[in-house]
Design a protein. Structure first.
Length: 276
């Protein structure tokens, strides 16, 4: 009896297992990690768009910012690039040497040895003699300064005669010296001082110009422009004017002068206001 019951219970359990549906077989088992990776994998269109965004320097910028960046790049392209970009560049040293050769005040640089100390007595006597001659024809420089400048040129290898001629021209057209109008073409500086008489005035062609006319002396004539913002005194025809620190430029091969805010106009023939 008991064996029959055991067999009956076992058979019922087997029959029950056969009738129970296979839950794991009815539904597909999903790997969550693989599914997440598949969903996050970019498509071809997404890869193309990402590459375009990376290679485009203006991606993510507003129109104003993009225009500002383009304007800056255009400005950089127009700016002349430096020729010498080496780490051991001697551009600054060469520039200082070039300026020193062209500047009469080079002898006043601190720390430079007086070239007259190493000269022979004969050469030094010739230098001092020529310096005295230049001193009589030059204003604004002492005899000792001229002698030292002349000695420096001789030390560089120039002949005394050539050094005198070159130094004389440099002192004649140097800063602060009144240059003849006929010699303006020989001046290499962009600032010059002249003196002459206003021979004619014209009507200004632009509101930014206060006055424009011709300034002449015994050697030539030059156009003088007085800018409105320079706030210079009014000049009159036939009046003698001394112009110091005028901007020198060239137009159609001819020199032109402009009175700016840094220019000083004086009138030697005008009486003092308290004497009028």
């Amino acid at each position: 009896m008991s064996s029959t019951n055991l067999l009956g219970e076992e058979g019922a359990r087997v029959a029950s297992d056969e009738q129970t549906p296979d839950v794991y077989g009815a539904f597909e088992v999903v790997d969550e990690a693989a599914e997440r990776e598949r969903n996050l994998r970019p498509t071809v269109q997404m890869e193309i768009a990402a590459r375009v965004d990376v290679e485009n320097a203006y991606a993510g910028l507003t129109l104003e910012a993009e225009e500002r960046v383009k304007a800056r790049e255009w400005e950089i392209e127009r700016t002349a690039s430096r020729f010498d970009r080496r780490q051991d560049s001697d551009r600054e040293a060469r520039t200082r040497s070039y300026v020193a050769r062209r500047t009469p005040s080079e002898v006043w640089q601190v720390g430079r040895r007086d070239p007259r100390e190493t000269m022979s007595q004969e050469t030094l006597a010739a230098v001092n003699q020529q310096a005295a001659r230049l001193f009589e024809r030059t204003r604004g420089y002492s005899r000792a300064a001229i002698s030292r400048m002349l000695a420096e040129r001789v030390r560089r290898g120039q002949d005394v005669v050539d050094a005198v001629i070159e130094l004389g021209e440099a002192l004649q057209y140097g800063a602060g010296q009144l240059v003849p109008i006929g010699a303006l073409e020989q001046v290499e500086s962009d600032e010059v001082s002249v003196e002459g008489r206003i021979s004619r005035l014209f009507d200004p062609s632009h509101p930014a110009i206060a006055q424009v006319g011709l300034l002449e002396d015994a050697t030539g004539t030059v156009k003088l422009t007085v800018w409105e913002k320079s706030r210079q005194p009014v000049v009159r025809e036939g009046e003698r004017v001394r112009v110091r620190g005028a901007a020198l430029s060239t137009y159609d091969g001819r020199p032109n002068l402009a009175a700016t805010g840094w220019t000083t106009l004086s009138f030697p023939e005008r009486g003092r206001w308290w004497e009028r």
